[in-house]
Design a protein around this ligand. Structure first.
Ligand SMILES: NC(=O)c1ccc[n+]([C@@H]2O[C@H](COP(=O)([O-])OP(=O)(O)OC[C@H]3O[C@@H](n4cnc5c(N)ncnc54)[C@H](O)[C@@H]3O)[C@@H](O)[C@H]2O)c1
Length: 417
């Protein structure tokens, strides 16, 4: 497919690699897209899905509606009817499949964190750049209408200069000691633990809101040293196994960082604390931030995704927070619901992500997260991992092309001196 031919027809052949949690979610998003955004005239067709687990291939064909199914992902990449590919495999396969998709000239929407470490993410980014393909990353929380609104308030200067941020992703998916030892707990399959799996979401979110992180100091800890083994392609990472054989947890359950952000047009960069845990008891999917500026602040948490707490200004009769409910003024809310206060959900964030991806693929505006953004996040995670080992502050290398959805800075012209 060329951008021209697809933008003319709006018909996009979709391939799916891996039919786990995310593979199903991407598929539901493609299916919902034409009804949520009819004005875009995009018609994704589910063409070819692959998974090494035979029952998941059957599910992809019989339930999700893919026309073809294969055990080998290479069949999806070789399929001439496939224009774009969703790569929803475990982290250890992101590099291999990302490079193969780029070599096949297929635009791809790949799940975070794109590889097991920054080197792998960088290799996928370089291959995509060389192939000239469009990429999108599964950093879905940025698309929440409340988050998009806070980003606009920051860009307009409505909160003043952002001075500090507290952000965390606290989830209890591994809070049960007999929670399954899925691929997420093995270094060769996942890379790091809470760092790459969860803190990466936090880093993407705060970078999307206020800009890139330049320096970090971090620590990590592991709460449970062993867990019952879960075979690949069975169950989910929320599974609990009562009498299973135990295997070692090889990466971190908890991570915390102090962070410095790049300076902005408003002045010196912000500072802040970022945390992640997968074993916490209480929060369930608690990805949230508190953003403080010289003229106001904003508080949001995914567990109350449709609520935003805002304080604008230092004086007047309404000091303290106001709770704003989801409404058609915020982000893409109006495409989903006609009036305020009607809750959107997690699936909807993936529909917005699918839209941004296919709009960019078909030659429209590029509001999608890119593999350069994912590489920039991976460099922060790598620096945090290095800091946790060394106990010292670590500089984060800048990644050219990473804009977190902002226009690239204008090229520096010659000066008059
Ligand atoms: N954006 C988010 O919020 C979010 C949430 C969960 C997971 N993720 C990311 O999505 C990715 C997948 O996670 P998941 O929870 O869907 O995993 P999962 O365990 O539910 O599914 C993984 C699938 O990959 C298949 N697979 C394994 N080897 C394969 C191979 N060689 N070829 C094809 N398929 C193969 C397995 O059989 C399984 O069906 C991970 O990178 C994860 O970090 C993102």
């Amino acid at each position: 497919m060329t951008s021209t031919s697809s933008s003319a027809s709006g018909d996009v052949g979709v391939g799916l690699i891996s039919v786990g949690w995310m593979g199903k979610l991407h598929s539901r998003a493609y299916r919902a897209l034409p009804t949520v955004y009819p004005e875009l005239r995009l018609r994704p067709r589910l063409v070819h899905a692959a998974d090494t687990a035979a029952d998941r291939v059957t599910y992809a064909r019989d339930v999700l509606g893919y026309a073809k199914g294969s055990a080998d992902y290479r069949a999806v990449l070789a399929d001439p009817d496939v224009d774009v590919v969703s790569i929803c495999a475990p982290n250890a396969l992101h590099r291999e499949i990302g490079l193969a998709a780029a070599a096949a000239g297929k635009h791809f929407w790949i799940e975070k964190p794109v590889g097991r470490d920054a080197r792998e993410t960088g290799e996928v980014a370089a291959a995509a750049r060389k192939a000239g393909i469009v990429t999108s990353i599964g950093y879905n929380y940025r698309h929440a209408p409340a988050v998009e609104h806070v980003r606009e308030l920051v860009a307009q200067g409505a909160l003043g200069r952002i001075t500090n941020v507290r952000a965390a992703f606290f989830t209890g998916y591994a809070s049960e000691p007999k929670g399954a030892l899925s691929w997420r707990f093995k270094r060769d399959l996942a890379g790091s633990g809470a760092l790459g799996d969860l803190l990466s979401h936090v880093v993407d979110l705060v970078s999307y809101l206020i800009g890139p992180i330049t320096e970090v100091s971090a620590l990590t800890s592991t709460v449970y040293a062993e867990r019952p083994i879960l075979p690949m392609g069975s169950g989910t990472h929320f599974a609990v196994i009562e009498d299973g054989e135990l295997g070692p947890v090889e990466n971190d359950d908890y991570a915390a960082t102090l962070a410095r952000f790049a300076p902005t047009a408003q002045g010196p960069g912000a500072v802040g604390t970022l945390e992640a845990s997968r074993t916490i008891v209480g929060p369930q999917c608690g990805l949230g931030f508190e953003l403080y500026g010289t003229d106001g602040s904003a508080v949001w948490n995914f567990e109350q995704m449709n609520e935003l707490r805002i304080c604008l200004g230092r004086g007047g009769p309404h000091q303290g927070y106001t709770t704003v409910l989801g409404n058609p003024h915020l982000g893409d809310y109006a495409s989903f619901q006609p009036g305020p206060g009607i809750a959107m959900g997690y699936d909807d964030l993936k529909v917005i992500e699918a839209k941004k991806f296919l709009v960019a693929v078909t030659g429209g505006e590029r509001r999608n997260s890119t593999v350069e953004d994912a590489h920039a996040v991976a460099e922060v995670i790598a620096a945090a991992g290095a800091s946790a080992t060394s106990g010292t502050w670590q500089a984060v290398p800048a990644v050219p092309g990473a804009t977190f959805g902002r226009e690239p800075a204008p090229a520096q012209g010659p000066t008059d001196g």
